[in-house]
Structure formats: structure tokens, C-alpha cells
Design a protein around this ligand. Structure first.
Ligand code: PLP
Length: 377
């Protein structure tokens, strides 16, 4: 079957140049980057250069980049590694990825208080609200740069400013943002930032955590001296090299890619409207390009996902059914999508490999499925 892949917020296709770049470090230059002999020199150099490239792409210093196994690890490190004193609390938003929410829940089990900031109907975390909820004991604030379900881009620089005014550390989960929109840690003035390669056409299972020099954070994995003694374990040089190539390429092509994706996005939304599909689009005006969360009136998102799957179309949903109930995602609940729309939430996320024809096919197929499964006409 020929697939139409429109779930790029879940993962992306590996970039061919990134794939080619990593091959030598698997097959020929496979030395352990920590070893002193000449054979490892090339792996060591590749690691150093990849760190410089990644740092340049987000306006950081190379020694502020710590390679990890991906977004989940980076988020867990930032949250669990922050030195929260007894009585110290953490503030995060209600719409974070589970990598942040469950890391916070783990800290709650150790007795720390976590304050969850509500968002408005577009999914925005308002700096004024943060200012009201922050306390003298707030030691860490974690708000994502862009939401994975609805694409909303948060006012990170303003939120970080509030945090710093209160002497708190600020972390952002930028997994959906890095490689897709400009990210400069100095402009944002964040203390920590998480990223994951497979969201920007790099390999799965590799990512990084930016930690601003001087940030008070403990090591995450103890063992060898890798990653400046903060995250032990033999470095995955091949994947790190591929991540750097993919990130640089996405950053260089960012504007062009965005223009193309926005065209595809617009075509899809216009087609849905013309076909008479009763939907609302979720998220703020300022979104990650290609991330389209729609809620369709009186529809069932999970049914739609499965029917589209039978036609070879890959999308995602904002709700999941167990045998008895439909569970609306925490994000869709937090933005208070009207009841008659909430269950019919799906996320279509276009990426650089999609085209207009695919967008039109998905819109037509959605209409067709809705016609069969309900009394839409
Ligand atoms: N944070 C966000 C916002 C995400 O979208 C994801 C992945 O879906 C993650 C964290 C987890 O990243 P990884 O899959 O690299 O562990």
C-alpha cells in the first residue's frame, strides 16, 4: 500500500544526508570517542564538530550542549536534575508533554509541590498568570516552546523573564520547535532547553539538553566522564553526527520549508471548508508550521484515525477510546474545546516531504469517511 504520512509531529523521515553522514561512524570510524589512541581521533573530532554545529543552530556555546537519548530524557533531566530545596516548588503548564508532566508527578511523590498553570482557549500560557502563581519558593518553571497536539507557540522569552525576576530557573521543552522555527537560547534567555532529533529529520533515540553555563543542575546518569561528567555512557557518535547534519539542514532551509508547508496547510483547510466538513481549528495564530489540530462536530477522532489508516493515511488523534469511554486528551480538555467537537479531534501534521496533492486526498477522505459513518452530506 502507498502511504500518505501526515504525522510529522510524531516523528519525521530521516534526512538522506544525515543518513550518509552517520554511516562511516558505524562501519569504519567506530572507535570509542573517549579513547586516547589515534583510531578514535576521528570519532572524537566528529563529536566535537557536531556539538559546535548544534550549538550554533540554537545560539549556544558548544559546552552548553549535552547529548541525550532524546526529548523524554532531556525533559526528565531538566526537571529531576534541578536542585529543588525542601519546600521548593515547580511551576509548569497544564498542556505539557507527558515527559514533563510525569517527571513533575514523580517529584510530587517525593513531596514537592507542583503548580499547573491553566492556558487560554488557544493554549497560551500567559506571563501575567505565571506572575500570579509563582511564589518565593518556586525554583523551576517549565513551559514548552510549542505544543505537540495543537502547535501553539508559547511566549517563552516573556515567561522566562518572569521566572528570572523571581530568581527561578526556566526550562523549555522545545522538542516541537527546534529545526522548525527559529530558536535562539540567548534571545529566549532560558536556562535549559530540550530537543529531539527525530522531530527534525534526524535519527530516533538521540537529542540534547541545552544547559546554560552556571545553571545549578545535578548530573543525570552517573558513570564515565562523558558529556562533561554530567551524562555518562559511551556517546552514540553516529547518531549525534546525523542529528547535527539534519538540524543544520533544517535550519538553513527553514524559511523555504515553512512557506511550502503553509501552502499545503492552507490547501488542506480550504478543501475541508469547501467540502462542508464542520470543524474548528485548535491552537493560537502563532503555531508550528504544518501542525493542524481540528475538532469536527459530532465526529469521533479515533474512528477517523482508524478509517484513514485503512486507506494508508497516517494522522494522529486528540482523543482515545477504551472499551467504554472516549478519553479526551489533557490538551483538548485544557483549551476547553466545546463538547460536541472535542471527541472529533484529530491532528494532521504536514512536513517537508508532503505535497498539495496529499493534502487534498486527506481532506476528501475525511469527508468521505464522515459521510459513511454519520448523516453528514
Ligand atoms: N516533548 C514533546 C513536546 C514531544 O512532542 C515529544 C515527542 O513526542 C517529546 C517531548 C518526547 O521526545 P522523544 O520522543 O525524543 O523522547
Amino acid at each position: 500500500m502507498e502511504y500518505i504520512y501526515a504525522d510529522n509531529a510524531a516523528t519525521t523521515k530521516l534526512d538522506l544526508d544525515a543518513f550518509e553522514a552517520m554511516k562511516p561512524y558505524l562501519l569504519e570510524e567506530y572507535g570509542n570517542a573517549s579513547q586516547p589512541y589515534a583510531f578514535s581521533r576521528s570519532a572524537k573530532k566528529a563529536l566535537r564538530e557536531a556539538r559546535i554545529t548544534v550549538a550554533e543552530c540554537i545560539g549556544a556555546l558548544p559546552e552548553e550542549i549535552y547529548f541525550t537519548s532524546g526529548g523524554t530524557e532531556s525533559d526528565n533531566w531538566a526537571i529531576k536534575g534541578a536542585l529543588i530545596n525542601d519546600g521548593g516548588n515547580i511551576v509548569t503548564s497544564q498542556i505539557e508533554h507527558h515527559a514533563v508532566l510525569r517527571a513533575c508527578a514523580a517529584l510530587e511523590r517525593f513531596g514537592h509541590q507542583v503548580i499547573y498553570i491553566p492556558v487560554d482557549s488557544a493554549g497560551i500560557v500567559h506571563p501575567k498568570l505565571l506572575q500570579q502563581l509563582i511564589t518565593d519558593n518556586t525554583q523551576l518553571i517549565s513551559v514548552m516552546m510549542a505544543n505537540n497536539e495543537i502547535g501553539t507557540i508559547e511566549p517563552i522569552a516573556e515567561l522566562a523573564k518572569v521566572a528570572h525576576n523571581y530568581g527561578s530557573m526556566f526550562h523549555t521543552d522545545a522538542v516541537q520547535a527546534v529545526g522548525h522555527i527559529p530558536v535562539d537560547v540567548k534571545v529566549l534567555d532560558v536556562d535549559m532547553l530540550s530537543a529531539s532529533a527525530h522531530k527534525f529529520n534526524g535519527p530516533k533515540g538521540i537529542g540534547f539538553l541545552y544547559i546554560k553555563k552556571g545553571t545549578d543542575i545535578r548530573s543525570y546518569i552517573d558513570g564515565g566522564a562523558q558529556e562533561f561528567g554530567m551524562r555518562a555512557g559511551t556517546e552514540n557518535v553516529a547518531f549525534i553526527v546525523a542529528m547535527a547534519v539534519a538540524l543544520k539542514k533544517n535550519c538553513v532551509q527553514m524559511q523555504r520549508t515553512e512557506a511550502r508547508i503553509l501552502q499545503i496547510e492552507q490547501t488542506f483547510l480550504s478543501a475541508l471548508t469547501e467540502l462542508g466538513v464542520p470543524f474548528i481549528r485548535n491552537g493560537a495564530g502563532n503555531r508550528i508550521p504544518g501542525n493542524i489540530s481540528i475538532s469536527i462536530r459530532n465526529a469521533n477522532g479515533e474512528m477517523l484515525l482508524h478509517r484513514l489508516d485503512l486507506k494508508g493515511i497516517c494522522i494522529s488523534t486528540g482523543s482515545a477510546c477504551d472499551s467504554k469511554h472516549t478519553q479526551i486528551s489533557h490538551v483538548i480538555k485544557a483549551i476547553a474545546v466545546p463538547e460536541e467537537y472535542a471527541e472529533g479531534t484529530v491532528r494532521i501534521s504536514f512536513g517537508r516531504d508532503n505535497n498539495i496533492d496529499e493534502a487534498l486526498k486527506i481532506a476528501k477522505m475525511i469527508k468521505e469517511i464522515l459521510k459513511i459513518s454519520s448523516n453528514y452530506n
